[in-house]
Design a protein around this ligand. Structure first.
Ligand code: KG4
Ligand code: ZN
Length: 353
């Protein structure tokens, strides 16, 4: 049962955690959101500098919280793709340095594989195959999880990610960044049927619609037009109704595709991951629909849904268990399909004994 210390710096959270197999030993997350809020979104260069400032403290804290010394750590991991290149480099370089210094194997981790492993952390008994609905600020995918490093993407967004849509719609309504939590809060007092909005279906050349792919840019444009016309009519903007209608449209779209996909592929469980998994509208709709179809749906606790290093450590521990380690020449990549996860590893570098 390998114990891994992992670093996550792909976006605006500096995170370090220690995980033994699927069990959390420590979890430190230093969020930069307040720094980026004044710019209305994440500024990549600012993110890298913030990671540098928080990194040493976060590593020391995570190790101390775990109750272990370096002798108790079997490997050092870091997110290496996808993400902001400068931000990723801070974590990757720190992890490689620690691996060399303490003579441990180094494991590079794909950020989305980390989001999938968040479900194992909250439910250690979970075993593949299952469907993962990954909904974050940068990604919206339906992934067939077959095993460690074995993934098939069955559906995805053709344009904006679900979280990105929440952030953009919040910005156009003047609600600040990040948009998801504030829209979620406002939606509780609104009428989800107040405005009819487009769900974002993808037409197929042979006719009909793609069953699992989605689009959120049309919905965002519809929200822009609606907000502008309401503002022009000089009435007070019905923000709660707008938030509730938008949120319900996103939740309906994601739920419909996830349920269809799980049923078509004969998968009995849907594990949800990424920041948008925190959304109360999505939780409610998906839970209800899954129950009606006799499917299990797993929502990890919020601390494992949003970016954290525990999910990265959990993925790394499984790779280490399978003998997968990364060469110290591994670089960072802003994009990397999940199907290419195994390109990060060489076999035979570690024996779990
Ligand atoms: O997974 P995450 O922390 O970072 C990425 O890897 O992108 O996801 C961040 C995204 C943001 O777009 C944020 O607006 C969204 O998750 N989010 C939410 C909620 N909480 C965070 N979206 C909808 N409802 C929420 N409650
Ligand atoms: Zn993420």
């Amino acid at each position: 049962m390998p114990t891994v210390l992992a670093l996550e710096t792909s976006c605006d959270e500096t995170a370090v955690a220690v995980v033994r197999d699927r069990h959390l030993l420590s979890n430190v997350v230093s969020s930069q959101i307040q720094v980026h809020q004044q710019y209305g979104g994440v500024v990549p260069e600012v993110a890298s500098r913030q990671h540098l400032e928080a990194m040493n403290w976060a590593i020391a804290q995570a190790l101390a919280d775990s109750g272990l010394g370096w002798a108790g750590i079997d490997g050092v991991a870091a997110t290496c793709a996808p993400g902001l290149v400068g931000a990723l480099l801070v974590g990757l370089t720190a992890a490689k340095t620690l691996a060399i210094l303490h003579n441990k194997p180094f494991i590079g981790v794909h950020h989305l594989e980390g989001h999938i492993y968040a479900s194992y952390l909250s439910e250690p008994q979970l075993e593949p195959p299952f469907l993962c609905l990954l909904v974050s600020g940068g990604h919206t995918s339906l992934i067939y999880v077959k095993g460690c490093g074995q993934y098939e993407t069955l559906g995805e967004t053709r344009d904006d990610a679900a979280g990105e849509a929440f952030d953009k719609v919040a910005r156009l309504m003047g609600l600040g960044y990040p948009g998801g939590p504030v829209i979620d809060r406002l939606a509780k007092d609104g009428n989800p049927q107040a405005f009819a909005l487009p769900e974002g279906k993808i037409s197929l050349p042979e006719g009909g619609y793609h069953p699992y792919d989605s689009s959120f840019s049309g919905l965002k444009t519809a929200m822009l037009r609606l907000t502008q016309s309401l503002q022009n009519s000089s009435k007070l903007l019905p923000v709660a109704d707008l938030a509730a209608s938008f949120q319900d449209t996103v939740a309906r779209s994601l739920t419909k595709r996830a349920i269809a996909c799980a049923k078509d592929y004969g998968l009995g469980a849907i594990a949800v991951g990424g920041g948008v998994a925190a959304n109360s509208g999505l939780r409610l709709r998906l839970q209800e629909a899954a129950e009606a179809e006799n499917l299990r749906v797993l929502f990890p606790p919020l601390k494992f849904c949003t970016d954290n290093a525990a999910m990265i450590a959990c993925a790394a521990a499984d790779h280490l268990k399978h003998g997968h380690t990364s060469p110290l020449t591994l670089g960072v990549q802003s994009r990397l399909p999940l199907s290419q996860v195994m390109s990060l590893y060489q076999s035979g570098g570690y024996s779990s004994g």
